[in-house]
Design a protein around this ligand. Structure first.
Ligand SMILES: Nc1ncnc2c1ncn2[C@@H]1O[C@@H]2COP(=O)(O)O[C@H]2[C@H]1O
Ligand SMILES: [Fe+2]
Length: 279
């Protein structure tokens, strides 16, 4: 049975405005760092930037790796950090999350782990690409079934698919070993659905904006910087980037087009330890 969707009352002619944050890698301890970056402070800096510029969004998406230490407190810290923005938040799991601990602790009046969101002329589907105990991802048959049933249920709506893992390779050999290993087949399958207009993910801690030529037209492929450390694009070995933490703004238009931009925190406050070779 298809799970009930969360519905926003946004006019079908209006665009839907979304902020996406991803990969905050929070700890229970507010002072803890990931490779020299205090992840609580870098998330706060991103949220402050959203608050200053884009707090009029309709809702927020959090696309996994909320936690770095699997603690209940790391999820409580996330919920506490985002609550002043007043935005509803929809989340999905990443490879550093424990889905059960996440579900139990991502609690609040505006927090939701539901799989389908209906807003304006769009349907947003929150997918689980994680494989228990593995950093890499895989899109299971049941997730594909969810997408197909959701498209059948709401045939007139454009679809944005949201997940943690990258369904395309990003040209970083060390990171590409942890991609969605059936990404090619997944893309081929979803491109058979005329409603699918965009795929959005985290995991790669860098911006990617590409197009996939589907049977029914181009599909936008989007990856978003982490709210903490950034991976250096096109590096075959593990390397960090000096770019600052950021987030993505998306405007899903009534005609099925997507306008989107990456925004980063101003200044140069978050410098990772460049001698690090992994975590
Ligand atoms: N040096 C490394 N080589 C390969 N994988 C790594 C390395 N360092 C970290 N990782 C894993 O690769 C993942 C990529 O992004 P994640 O935030 O999921 O977390 C990272 C780790 O689980
Ligand atoms: Fe991550």
């Amino acid at each position: 049975m298809l799970e009930e969707a969360i519905s926003y009352s946004i006019d079908v002619e209006a665009s839907v405005k979304i902020v996406q944050v991803t990969d905050p890698h929070l700890f229970a301890d507010h002072d803890a760092q990931l490779l020299g970056v205090n992840t609580a402070l870098s998330l706060q800096a991103v949220l402050d930037t959203i608050g200053a510029d884009h707090c009029s969004a309709d809702f927020m998406l959090a696309s996994g790796d909320i936690s770095q230490d699997y603690s209940a407190a790391s999820y409580h810290n996330f919920v506490k950090a985002i609550s002043p923005l007043g935005l509803p938040c929809h989340y999905l799991p990443g490879n550093h999350d424990d889905p059960r601990i996440m579900r139990l602790n991502m609690q609040g009046p505006k927090i939701s782990g539901k799989r389908r969101i209906l807003a304006g002329s769009w349907q947003i589907i929150m997918l689980d690409s994680t494989v228990h105990g593995k950093p890499g991802g895989f899109m299971s048959e049941s997730e594909l079934e969810l997408i197909k049933s959701a498209a059948e249920d709401e045939p007139e709506r454009h679809i944005l698919l949201v997940m943690h893992h990258n369904p395309i390779l990003v040209n970083c050999a060390w990171l590409d070993q942890h991609w969605m290993s059936n990404g090619n087949e997944f893309l081929e399958q979803v491109a058979l659905l005329p409603q699918v207009k965009g795929l959005l993910w985290g995991h790669v801690h860098q911006q990617i904006d590409k197009e996939y030529s589907g049977h029914f037209g181009p599909i936008q492929l989007m990856a978003t910087p982490s709210t903490c450390i950034q991976f250096k694009p096109k590096s075959s070995y593990f390397a960090l980037d000096a770019l600052q933490p950021g987030y993505r703004l998306l405007e899903l238009n009534a005609d099925g087009s997507i306008e989107t931009n990456i925004y980063r925190v101003p200044g140069e406050h978050f410098s990772p330890d460049n001698s690090a070779n992994g975590y």
